[in-house]
Ligand binder design. Structure first.
Ligand code: ADP
Ligand code: MG
Length: 561
C-alpha cells in the first residue's frame, strides 16, 4: 500500500479536508505514523543505510542518525509531528534510541490496525498497551548486566554502541574513546559537569582527526598570530595569570577615520598624545597586575595588542561570553567590566596557557587547576555541515556515556533486550482477560520490530533470526542478540553492544504514549500557523532536565480523547 499517510496528509493540506473525524482520523493517524516509522526502518543499527537529505538551504547532509533525519524531514501530518516530538525529546534527554522509539511507535500502530480488525475498541487497545508498557518498564531492571560499568572500557563500549553506523569503524571507535575520556575527565564522584566539556569545531580534516584537549580551547579564528607574537610570546605560559575583561581595550578613538595598523610605523607615530596616555595607562594596569594573558569579550585595538605582545602579554579579543564564564570558572578569575578594576587579586590562575595553530586557526588552550578541570573536543570535518553533524552526534554520545557512568545499569543491545521483554510480556499476558491479552501480545510483537529490523538491515532472514533468538532466550541466554557487524547471533553483551537502561526506558515509554494518543484521537484538525517543531537542539541539556521542558503542554490538534 503506497504511503497512506502521505495521501491523507495531501488531502488535509489541499484544503478540501482540513479536518478528519472518527475512524478516518484514526486511520490517517495510523497511516502517517507508520509511514514515518517506515522511513527510518532502513537506518537502524550498524548495518543501517545512510540517507541523503537536502535542506531548504540547498546543502546536503548524509546521515543515518534518526534524530538528524527527522529534523530535516518535512513533517506535516500532525500524527507524524507527534512522533517527531517523541523522537526529539528522546535525543535531548537520553541522547540515543530515537530510531527505536519511532520504530516501536510505528509497530504498535501496525498491530493496532490488526486489533481493530478483530473488533477491539481503541480503549481496550490503549489499556493493553499501557499495561504492557508498565510491565516492560518493571522488567527492564531485571535484565541489566552485572559487572563494573564505570570502567573506561565499558564506557567506550556504551559510546561505541550509541554512535554505531555513524562513521567508519576506526573513526567511530576513536570518537567513542574520546567521548568516554572526556566524561571521565570531568566526573566528580557521582557527578558529571557537562559544562566542563567544550565542543569546538575546527574546519578541516575528517571526523577521525577529532581530538581531546586537556583544557578549555578558545578559537581566535583569524584574528591573532602576528609576526610579533611569534617573536615575543612564549608558546606556553606555565602557571599563568589570566585577566578577564568585558570592555573594549585600546584608545577610544575620537574619530574612526584613521585606521592604525601594527605594521605601520607611521601609524604608531600618529597616535595622539591623549591617546598615548590612555594606552599607557591600560598597559601599565594590565602589566602591573602580573597578567600573562588577557581575554577580552570585546575588541582589542591593534596598537594595544601589539604593545602588550612586546611585553610578553597575550591579548585575545572577542572571546565569547560563554567562554568568558568558562574561563572564570576554570581559573577562578573575576570578569571585570572596567579596566580600572583590574588588579592582581581578580586575575585567574591557569596551570598552562598555550597557543596553538590548527588548520590555519589560532587556538588558545587554557588549563585550569585540578578542581576545575576543563576539557575540549576539537571536532574536525571537511565542511561546516559535517562538523555540525559530528557535534550533534558527539553531544548525544556524551549524554549516553554520562548516563552509563551515573547509573550503572546497562542492558544488552542488538535486539536482546526487546526479545527478553517480549517473552516476558507473553507470559504476563496469560493472566489477563482475553481482549487485553491480545493487546499485550501485540505489544510483545511490536517490541520484536527492533530485532526484526536489525536482522533485515544486516541482510539476514528476520523470521529465522527471531525464531533463533526466541529459542535461545527461552533456553536462558538472556543476552543473546544480533551482532550486526558479522551477522551472527551471539552473546551481544560480551561483544560490547550495551546501552544504558534510561535509553530503552525512555524509548518504550515515549513510543507507547505516542501510539496511545494517536489511537485515542478521533478528530484531527490541521492547525495552521503553529510550529509544532519548535525544539532547539543546539543547547547543551544536562542529564535529567526533562521536567516541564516540553513546549506544548497539550497537542492543540488532538481533540476528542
Ligand atoms: P539511532 O541511534 O540511529 O536513532 P537507535 O539507537 O534507536 O538508533 O538504535 C540502534 C540499535 O542498534 C539499537 O538497538 C542497538 O542495540 C543496535 N546496535 C548498535 N550497535 C550494534 C551492533 N554492533 N550490533 C548489533 N546491534 C547494534
Ligand atoms: Mg543509536
Amino acid at each position: 500500500m503506497p504511503h497512506e499517510g502521505t495521501r491523507w496528509a495531501r488531502q488535509l493540506r489541499s484544503g478540501g479536508l482540513d479536518r478528519t473525524t472518527g475512524r478516518d482520523a484514526r486511520r490517517a493517524n495510523i497511516a502517517a505514523g507508520r509511514a514515518l516509522a517506515a522511513t527510518l526502518r532502513t537506518t537502524l543499527g550498524p548495518a543501517g543505510r545512510d540517507k541523503l537529505l537536502v535542506g531548504t538551504d540547498g546543502l546536503a547532509v548524509v546521515t543515518n542518525d534518526g534524530a538528524s533525519i527527522l529534523d530535516r524531514m518535512e513533517i506535516e501530518h500532525p500524527a507524524a509531528s507527534l512522533l517527531y516530538d517523541v523522537a526529539s525529546k528522546q535525543a535531548e534527554q537520553v541522547g540515543d534510541g530515537t530510531t527505536t522509539a519511532v520504530l516501536l511507535a510505528g509497530a504498535l500502530l501496525d498491530e493496532a490496525e490488526d486489533l481493530f480488525e478483530l473488533g477491539l475498541r481503541p480503549g481496550t487497545i490503549t489499556a493493553g498497551y499501557h499495561r504492557a508498557c508498565d510491565r516492560a518498564l518493571e522488567t527492564l531492571p531485571t535484565l541489566t548486566l552485572g559487572g563494573e560499568p564505570t570502567d573506561r572500557e565499558t564506557l567506550v563500549a556504551v559510546a561505541r554502541t550509541s554512535i554505531t553506523g555513524k562513521w567508519s569503524e576506526p573513526e567511530a571507535t576513536h570518537i567513542a574513546e574520546l567521548a568516554a575520556d572526556a566524561v571521565l575527565a570531568v566526573r566528580d564522584d557521582r557527578r558529571v559537569d557537562r559544562h566542563r566539556i567544550t565542543l569546538q569545531g575546527v574546519p578541516g580534516g575528517s571526523p577521525g582527526d577529532t581530538e581531546l584537549v586537556d583544557g578549555l580551547v578558545i578559537d581566535m579564528e583569524e584574528s591573532s598570530a602576528t609576526a610579533d607574537e611569534a617573536i615575543h610570546l612564549p608558546r606556553r605560559f606555565a602557571d599563568a595569570r589570566v585577566a578577564l575583561v568585558d570592555a573594549p581595550l585600546g584608545v577610544r578613538k575620537a574619530s574612526a577615520t584613521r585606521a592604525v595598523t601594527v605594521e605601520d610605523a607611521d601609524g604608531l607615530d600618529a597616535v595622539t598624545a591623549h591617546e598615548e596616555s590612555q594606552l599607557r595607562e591600560q598597559i601599565e594596569r594590565i602589566a602591573d597586575a602580573g597578567t600573562d594573558a588577557v581575554f577580552c569579550q570585546q575588541a582589542v585595538d591593534d596598537v594595544l595588542r601589539s604593545r602588550l605582545v612586546r611585553r610578553g602579554i597575550l591579548a585575545v579579543e572577542r572571546t565569547r561570553r560563554d567562554e568568558m564564564h568558562k574561563l572564570a570558572r576554570a581559573t577562578g578569575g573575576t570578569l571585570v567590566a572596567d579596566i580600572e578594576e583590574l588588579a592582581r587579586d581578580n586575575l585567574g590562575r591557569a596551570g598552562v596557557v598555550e597557543r596553538r595553530r590548527l588548520a590555519g586557526r589560532g587556538l588558545t588552550i587554557v588549563r585550569g587547576n585540578a578542581e576545575s578541570e576543563q576539557v575540549s573536543l576539537l571536532l574536525r570535518g571537511g565542511t561546516q555541515h559535517a562538523i555540525d553533524e559530528t557535534r550533534r552526534v558527539v553531544r548525544n554520545c556524551l549524554t549516553v556515556v554520562t548516563l552509563a557512568l551515573l547509573y550503572d545499569d546497562l542492558l544488552p543491545g542488538g535486539g536482546a533486550t526487546e526479545v527478553a521483554l517480549a517473552a516476558d510480556l507473553r507470559d504476563f499476558a496469560v493472566g489477563l482477560d482475553s481482549r487485553e491479552q491480545l493487546a499485550v501480545e501485540a505489544a510483545a510483537r511490536a517490541l520484536e520490530a527492533v530485532p526484526r529490523t536489525l536482522a533485515e538491515n544486516a541482510g539476514l532472514s528476520p523470521i529465522d533470526v527471531l525464531a533463533d533468538l526466541r529459542a535461545r532466550h527461552d533456553g536462558g541466554d538472556a543476552t543473546v542478540g544480533i551482532y550486526a557487524a558479522d551477522g551472527s547471533i551471539a552473546d551481544i553483551a560480551a561483544r560490547g553492544v550495551v546501552e544504558p537502561l534510561a535509553v530503552k526506558r525512555r524509548a518504550i515509554a515515549g513510543a507507547t504514549e505516542a501510539a496511545n494518543v494517536l489511537l485515542r484521537v478521533d478528530d484531527v484538525v490541521a492547525a495552521r500557523g503553529g510550529d509544532a517543531r519548535g525544539h532547539d537542539h543546539d543547547h547543551d541539556h544536562g542529564i535529567g532536565d526533562d521536567h516541564g521542558r516540553h513546549r506544548h503542554g497539550s497537542y492543540p490538534w488532538a481533540i476528542g480523547h
